[in-house]
Design a protein around this ligand. Structure first.
Ligand code: PAF
Length: 285
């Protein structure tokens, strides 16, 4: 199948309206492109639930800080289109920056509290960029279902809350975290890693796995386990461990001692110039 490519919100609206008039269920997978098998797994998960699948590709300038990788973020539209064709995706929505943020654009969508910690500490303004663009994408497309990968667990939680708070009539799904064969969580940024850096990066999933076991077995107080793991990662060659924390999965509230509700270990760490994030559930969810 050849994916239909649409670049304007007007055309997108007309197409989705036509599908909805035929009572077809529409699912959307928002992405920034450089599609890897993590994205394609989100496509597959969505396809089991909907009649029509829309993938959006938009490298959103508003979610990158001034010293981040916006200009060098991988852009490979023709390769992405081949993958969408192979996966039988119905529509690619790929607006340009002017279409998304026309001259004079003044609005900012902001979720409070849960956007002030974890990734926000090292990426100020990032979540406002994400929530603003996702609100626009959802209002432009009005899909019945949208899916966000659980690799960006804070992003998923923030977007789910935003959709609920703003009464956006779209169901939010959490897509499975996909790992490469060696255990590294898939990410478009993994291509920045040299082979040596990748070996160091692999300590993230190994450490998370060991931590989940150690926490379950209660071998030391939680904070001590987290401090030891942070020191271990720094010794392995990470330039920085921005956070390594346990948070309640639903609320993202901090867990410092006993785990009483489904919780996750969340991490952001820098190897070389590449910032990686990952997470693992401790009990369920
Ligand atoms: O996760 C991403 O790729 C982006 O943050 C998203 C959700 C597509 C918004 O630009």
């Amino acid at each position: 199948m050849t994916v239909q490519i649409i670049r304007s919100k007007k055309e997108l609206r007309a197409k989705i309206k036509q599908w909805h008039m035929q009572s077809l269920v529409v699912g959307m997978i928002p992405t920034m492109g450089a599609l890897h098998h993590g994205h394609m797994s989100l496509v597959k998960e969505t396809q089991t639930l909907v009649d029509k699948t829309v993938v959006s590709i938009f490298v959103n300038p508003k979610q990158f800080g001034p010293n981040e990788d916006f200009s060098k973020y991988p852009r490979q539209e023709s390769l992405d289109i081949e993958k969408l064709n192979a996966a039988n995706v119905d529509l690619l929505y790929a607006p340009n920056v002017e279409e998304m943020y026309p001259d004079g654009f003044l609005t900012n969508v902001s979720v409070t509290k849960i956007t002030e910690e974890l990734c926000a500490k090292s990426r100020p303004g990032h979540f406002d960029g994400v929530t603003t663009v996702v609100t626009k994408l959802l209002l432009q497309c009005l899909p019945d279902i949208v899916i966000f990968g659980e690799k960006d667990f804070q992003q998923y939680t923030v977007l789910k809350k935003m959709v609920k708070d703003l009464d956006i009539p779209t169901k939010v799904l959490k897509g499975k975290l996909i790992r490469d064969e060696d255990g590294l969580a898939t990410s478009s940024r993994n291509i920045y890693l040299s082979p040596e850096e990748r070996q160091i990066a692999l300590e993230i999933p190994k450490t998370l796995k060991k931590l989940t076991e150690d926490i379950k077995n209660n071998i030391l107080p939680l904070q001590q386990l987290l401090n030891n793991a942070t020191q271990y990662l720094l010794n392995c060659g990470f330039k920085e461990v921005q956070y390594l924390e346990v948070r309640e999965s639903e609320s993202l509230n901090s867990v410092t001692e006993k785990i009483t509700v489904p919780s996750r270990i969340l991490i952001a760490a820098v190897v070389g110039k590449t910032r990686l994030i990952d997470n693992m559930p401790i009990n369920s969810q």
